[in-house]
Design a protein around this ligand. Structure first.
Ligand code: COI
Length: 355
């Protein structure tokens, strides 16, 4: 209960906001005045504090730096036209955070710290929420192990934190995607469904190789045959094939259960599409493309929102799309933005108001 989990508040003396124009922001480069920090010690959460954003003092032996017990989430806050602050579907990220924690043998973070702490933090720094198109306040909860020990074992101590970053779009333009058929992101039984820091670190080599070839990101395929698509480095993927919205299913535990993925599927259903969550082979995509039925391909993610894909390359076969002519992805993106910014009815109860 929150009553027994008091959050100590230490306010910054001044605000750094006066030095920042909340327009045309790069993604994730700026941080608000405050952050939340809590420690897990002796089996319980303690030292729960909102304080000025500042560096951490850590021993170089903390276990997270060596063995990667580290997880995170990405959430966004918006303002409506009257200036009221809202957070988009934070309960879903809270649930996924603790699923990641369990997989990484870390303690769960109580709702009173994650949710109430986030609400208090966002309320304190609500003037940092940009109101420009494609901008928002990105919320980054994360947890890492802090035992000072070189032995490989789950840590006894952890730090949970929340940072706030006023931010612009993650991707500014339609993307070129390289279908990866050598490197692997996830296997059944692995950690693909967890938002584990290591999933991102281990993807960097393959992504860099794709970038050398002129691509923005890779589309991962299954580890055994490199035949079935999984997700794109920073986002889930949805294909519009005929009157269906088709996306890889969550069953194998190899992709993230994206909150934006789920929101986009809900809105696609509202728009009249049949939704199919299932295995999708690259051969099926090529066949649909050749037959003229692969109409649109787009990524979904908290950071990426809805990101159009203008090129998909598999070996020497290149699928190109004229995104300027698309109707579906732009509509879903607009509906989502309008819900977030209070211009469209929030009929699914996605927006949590911050008082
Ligand atoms: C997010 O979409 O929030 C993520 O965590 C992805 C990351 C690449 C920024």
């Amino acid at each position: 209960m929150l009553a027994t989990m008091d959050i100590t508040i230490n306010k910054a003396e001044g605000s750094k906001l006066k030095d920042l124009n909340l327009e045309n922001l790069s993604f994730g480069k700026f941080f608000s005045d405050h952050m939340l920090e809590a420690d897990y010690i002796n089996g319980e959460w303690t030292n729960i504090e909102i304080k000025p954003y500042q560096p951490l003092l850590l021993s170089p032996s903390v276990a997270a730096l060596h063995y990667g017990q580290a997880i995170f989430e990405g959430i966004k806050a918006y303002k409506d036209e009257e200036g009221n602050a809202f957070i988009f579907r934070p309960q879903d990220n809270f649930r996924r955070f603790n699923i990641s924690a369990e997989r990484m043998q870390m303690p769960s973070v109580p709702e009173e710290i994650f949710m109430d702490g986030m609400k208090q933090l966002v309320a304190m720094d609500s003037s940092w929420i940009p109101q420009k198109e494609d901008h928002s306040l990105y919320i980054r909860p994360f947890m890492f192990s802090t035992d000072e020990v070189i032995g490989v074992k789950p840590s006894d101590t952890y730090k949970f934190m929340i940072l706030l970053s006023p931010t612009g779009p993650y991707y500014n333009a339609p993307m070129r995607i390289y279908v990866e058929e050598h490197f692997v992101r996830a296997v059944p039984g692995g950690v693909g469904y967890a938002k584990a820091a290591g999933n991102y670190g281990s993807a960097m080599y393959a992504t860099a190789e794709a970038k050398k070839k002129g691509y923005d990101q890779v589309l991962w395929t299954d580890a055994f045959e490199h035949k079935y698509v999984q997700e794109i480095g920073t986002m889930n993927v949805i294909f519009i094939i005929g009157n269906k919205a088709v996306t890889p299913d969550l069953g194998a535990g190899t992709i993230l259960a994206g909150v934006t993925r789920n929101s986009a599927l809900t809105l696609l259903q509202e728009a009249g599409f049949e939704i199919e969550e299932r295995s999708i082979s690259i051969d099926e995509l090529i066949e649909a493309y050749k037959a003229g039925y692969l109409y649109e391909v787009f990524g979904t993610g908290t950071a990426a929102t809805i990101s159009m894909i203008k090129e998909l390359r598999y070996k020497d076969f290149v699928m190109t799309f004229n995104v300027d002519e698309w109707k579906t992805a732009p509509t879903i993106k607009k509906w989502l933005t309008d819900i977030r910014e209070g211009r469209r009815e929030d009929k699914y109860g996605w927006m949590m108001q911050v008082s």
